[in-house]
Ligand binder design. Structure first.
Ligand code: ZN
Length: 127
């Protein structure tokens, strides 16, 4: 499986993942839309945080179930522990150092996070 490293802008937060990134998710919820995040889900065994836990900021809102993590120094959003699957990491593909979105052209899958309950129910019906 390909190996990628991710980091915030100032380099304080660093992580690495093993992932086959053929598709990314663009969520239209109030926070993802404003941050411009492109998500890719990674299982915990394929995610390693290389920097200290204490460098991570955590933003929550609404139900406070999703944990949105960012660098406390430069503010860049690095990954989320999602509400629908809190055991997983959804990495912000835009912060990967060796993944070129323009060159790789992953399929961008829209997720209607604005109507989260209905969207998750629909996903569960399909799987
Ligand atoms: Zn930073």
């Amino acid at each position: 499986m390909p190996h990628y490293t991710g980091s915030c802008h100032c380099g304080t937060v660093r992580f690495e993942i093993d992932a086959q990134i053929t598709q990314v998710t663009e969520c239209n919820c109030s926070v993802c839309r404003k941050k411009g995040i492109l998500h890719h889900r990674v299982a915990p065994e394929h995610f390693r945080l290389l920097s200290d836990d204490s460098t991570l900021g955590t933003y929550t809102f609404g139900t406070h179930l999703a944990k949105h993590h960012f660098c406390q120094r430069c503010g860049v959003h690095v990954f989320t522990r999602p509400r629908a699957a809190p055991h997983l990491y959804t990495v912000n593909v835009r912060v990967l150092d060796n993944y070129d979105i323009a060159a790789e052209q992953p399929t961008v899958v829209p997720f209607n996070g604005r109507e989260w309950e209905a969207s998750v129910a629909a996903l569960n019906r399909h799987s």
